[in-house]
Design a protein around this ligand. Structure first.
Ligand SMILES: [Zn+2]
Length: 91
């Protein structure tokens, strides 16, 4: 069974202004990011924590999309199984 692409791109939002653009300082041990709009500095971990709701939502979306695809696939398989039974002849 093959599922379609379930990848989701999650845009992390600045908790202060909702901006999605961040600049990263390279070689930064604390992994600090700076909001492009309000210049709030925070660690990547904090940013992910602040966006946990958005991330959870995306996870739910992926799960329900996978379920939909699996159900459609199961229906197809059942249909095929019944189709095949026509060819069974009992002597
Ligand atoms: Zn901001």
């Amino acid at each position: 069974m093959k599922l379609n692409n379930l990848d989701r791109e999650i845009r992390l939002l600045c908790p202060t202004c909702g901006c999605t653009d961040f600049s990263h300082e390279e070689h930064n041990e604390n992994d600090l990011v700076t909001c492009a709009q309000c210049e709030r500095k925070m660690s990547k971990g904090d940013l992910i924590n602040e966006n946990s709701e958005v991330i959870n939502e995306a996870k739910h979306e992926i799960a329900s999309e996978a379920k939909k695809q699996i159900e459609a696939e199961m229906k197809k398989m059942l249909k095929n199984a019944f189709k095949g039974s026509k060819n069974i002849k009992i002597r």
